[in-house]
Design a protein around this ligand. Structure first.
Ligand code: GLN
Length: 460
């Protein structure tokens, strides 16, 4: 087996060769080499952790002590974290190597990685296309082979959609499976840390290391954490509901629809039961998600005021100009749009018309999703209506951009786990994902079924 040191130096030269993709905001070169040498020594004495030598790229909204974390925003440009997120602490304790922090949409708001203050990421499979977002740097890093795996965050699709656009696996765990301590907050009731990997084994291993109770995040479940990586028995014989309103929606690319037909009929002929279910709420997905996510964002981002964190405007003269000028100069356009809309839907007189109504819609969607999952083991649907789109294609039209998330919002609102598997290939040369949703905290079943699907339907 190649030594960790060799692996790391290979990745470092790949990172250098692929600089133009704009994936990394910072590479922890010396530190990664030192850690690799240290872990190689541990391997020699058989004292290494579970993730020994796994090289990880970190989305730039996940804190790593004494390293910068900017959420790809100018407002946190020189900000250094004083503590590590729980997820990172647990990875390091098992001897993972963090190779750098990667680009994303500013504060994880976006679907193309074009909202970064540090420029867009290019899709490594076709450099004229976006990698998806907001974890665009994470998906591109794995697809470009500049690390083994990457961490991302998914609020409404930010792991699964870029995974789909870049042809890699994206897992969004159940809400409350992995601690959010040290994840810069966007919309706290939906934010989740998750993984981008080439294979299910790595996704399972990372999940078992990062999951479980944490005294710093009271929303984390205390449910025991199974050894997911030992439970990938390639199960099948399941009852799978196909969400036909999503799969056969007019807006979905015809080749994506065709691929679903093939997968559905093959799954049926292999002893699985397929039932088609309706999902009558598609029109409500973007509006309800947008209202809730923006409302939460407007509250979460109020802490960036030019006072205690990060950027302070040169024009700051008194309390008011410190706050207004720092925020005006520090935040990008999309973040400002969301703060303003979020403030509006929470304001007196509009709260009931928008925010409470969206909460009610969320409840209906959660109940309906749970009901489907009581009757079926899994739900099957697309990740996104199309393959990766051209750079700048949607930047002037926020609504068109939001529509890229139409199928990923359901599991975010319901809190249930979901995964994007790279099992589709379009004649335009780009991959696309197949999405599976499973019951709350049944990741072991989701991963075992994913392993079966990857084995059966991947391009060999
Ligand atoms: N693309 C979605 C948005 O812009 C989802 C983002 C996310 O999951 N962080 O809100």
């Amino acid at each position: 087996m190649a030594s960790c040191q060799k692996e790391v130096s290979n990745f470092l030269s790949q990172i250098n060769a692929k600089k133009h993709l704009n994936i990394f905001l910072e590479v922890f070169e010396n530190e990664a080499i030192e850690n690799a040498i240290r872990i190689d020594a541990k391997i020699k004495t058989g004292t290494q952790g579970k993730l020994a030598g796994m090289v990880i790229a970190l989305k730039d909204n996940i804190c790593y002590a004494h390293h910068k974390v900017s959420a790809s925003s100018k407002i946190l440009e020189h900000f250094e974290s004083v503590y590590s997120s729980t997820a990172v602490e647990r990875l390091l304790a098992e001897d993972a190597i963090i190779i750098g922090r990667v680009n994303c949409d500013e504060f994880a708001m976006g679907s193309s990685n074009e909202n970064s203050a540090y420029g867009p990421v290019l899709n490594p499979l076709d450099e004229t296309l976006v990698p998806g977002g907001s974890s665009g740097g994470s998906a591109a890093a794995v697809a470009a082979g500049v690390c083994h795996v990457a961490l991302g965050s998914d609020t409404g699709g930010s792991i699964r959609q870029p995974a789909s656009f870049c042809g890699v696996i994206g897992l969004r765990p159940s809400y409350g499976r992995i601690s959010r301590y040290g994840l810069l907050a966007f919309a706290s009731s939906m934010d989740q840390i998750g993984t981008i990997t080439h294979n299910i084994e790595d996704a399972a291993l990372l999940l078992e290391v990062m999951s479980g109770k944490d005294e710093f995040d009271s929303t984390v479940s205390s449910k025991p954490v199974p050894e997911y990586s030992k439970l990938l028995s390639q199960d099948h014989g399941f009852k799978i509901a196909t969400l036909d309103d999503c799969i056969f929606h007019d807006g979905v690319d015809i080749e994506i629809r065709e691929r679903f037909k093939t997968i559905i009929s093959e799954l049926e002929s292999h002893g699985n039961t397929l039932v088609s279910e309706s999902f009558p709420y598609l029109d409500y997905m973007i509006p309800s998600y947008a209202i809730l996510a923006m409302a939460e964002a407007s509250s979460n981002l109020s802490r960036f005021a030019g006072m205690t964190y990060g950027y302070r405007s040169k024009h700051a003269e008194n309390l008011e100009t410190t706050i207004t000028a720092s925020r005006t100069e520090g935040f990008g356009e999309e973040v400002k749009r969301r703060i303003m809309l979020g403030t509006f839907v929470l304001s007196e007189g509009y709260y009931d018309a928008y925010y409470s109504k969206a909460q009610k819609v969320r409840n209906v969607i959660k109940k309906y999703t749970d009901k489907l999952l009581e009757a079926n083991d899994f739900l099957l649907l697309p990740v996104s209506p199309s393959t990766a789109f051209k750079l700048h294609a949607n930047t002037k039209d926020p609504i068109a951009m939001y529509l890229a998330d139409i199928f990923t919002i359901q599991s975010a609102l319901a809190g249930v786990p979901s995964i994007s598997l790279p099992l589709g290939w379009h004649s335009n040369g780009m991959p696309f994902g197949i999405q599976i949703i499973s019951r709350m905290f049944e990741e072991e079943k989701l991963l075992a079924f994913s392993e079966y699907l990857m084995d059966k339907f991947s391009r060999k």
